[in-house]
Write a protein that binds this ligand. Structure first.
Ligand code: PEP
Length: 247
């Protein structure tokens, strides 16, 4: 039985002072959740958030990493830095990074491998644009993203990963995929993993839905057989995240 994983993606929100205050608001609200709860936060907030959630089961994640271990890469952060700061998860391949920072599936594959090498749990995002959905190529597109993103990643490592299906047209738009659409793609991702790896890997990997998840729609989405929780943007910055975590 896969344990649900509910991750907040704070994006570029919260100064360290605000992050501390948000943790104090959210801690009691997620305390009883029967799921892994992860706060993925801006890198400058990681140590503050790690300190603020000490003594709880909340895990902390970064929102990106750079694949080099150290050196002249001004502005980037390494997996070792993330780990030493106390985070255990890291988001990669978010559509905002693909769009604004031109990250490709090949870049994301390198990030997945670096995170695994360093003992961080990757949350690897995939998702189609509205145009691709309307062209009827959603499943082909997602299968390509999964296959390239996981190239040369061993089955045992995939089992420990999280994959987030996030239709781009549903991110931050208030438009949620229907439960049928979300389930269809999450199932297709699992089937793709079954095809590339095996049944055991497909059954163990956790697949989240993300895209305007809120207090009203979380329960129905998370009840779908192939949806193992959510990656939550806007609603992760407010008390609604408590309702989502308990959904
Ligand atoms: C996200 O950024 O990963 C996301 C799903 O955002 P939102 O919940 O705001 O749509």
């Amino acid at each position: 039985m896969r344990r649900k994983v509910i991750a907040g993606n704070w994006k570029m929100n919260c100064t360290p002072t605000e992050a501390k205050a948000l943790c104090e608001t959210l801690k009691p609200l997620v305390a009883g959740a029967d799921a892994d709860i992860v706060f993925c936060v801006p890198s400058i907030d990681i140590t503050t958030v790690v300190e603020a959630v000490k003594g709880t089961d909340i895990k902390v994640g970064a929102e990106n990493l750079y694949v080099k271990d150290s050196g002249a890469y001004t502005g980037e952060i390494s997996a070792d830095m993330i780990k030493d700061a106390g985070a255990t998860y890291v988001i990669m391949g978010h559509s905002e990074r693909r769009e604004y920072f031109k990250e490709t599936d090949a870049d994301i594959n390198l990030k997945v491998k670096k995170a695994i090498e360093k003992g961080l749990t990757p949350i690897m995002c995939c998702g189609e644009s509205l145009e691709q959905r309307e062209q009827g190529i959603t499943l082909d597109w997602i299968r390509m993203q999964i296959k390239i993103g996981l190239q040369d990643v061993a089955a045992d490592d995939v089992k420990k990963m999280v994959i987030a299906y996030e239709p781009i047209w549903a991110i931050g738009t208030g438009k949620t995929a229907t439960t049928e659409q979300a389930q269809e793609v999450c199932k297709a991702i699992r089937d793709c993993i079954r095809e590339v790896y095996d049944d055991a890997t497909a059954e163990e990997v956790r697949i989240q839905y993300g895209g305007s998840v809120n207090a009203g729609n979380a329960k129905e989405l998370f009840a779908q057989p192939d949806i193992d929780g959510g990656l939550v943007g806007g609603a992760s910055l407010k008390a609604d995240f408590g309702v989502i975590a308990n959904a």
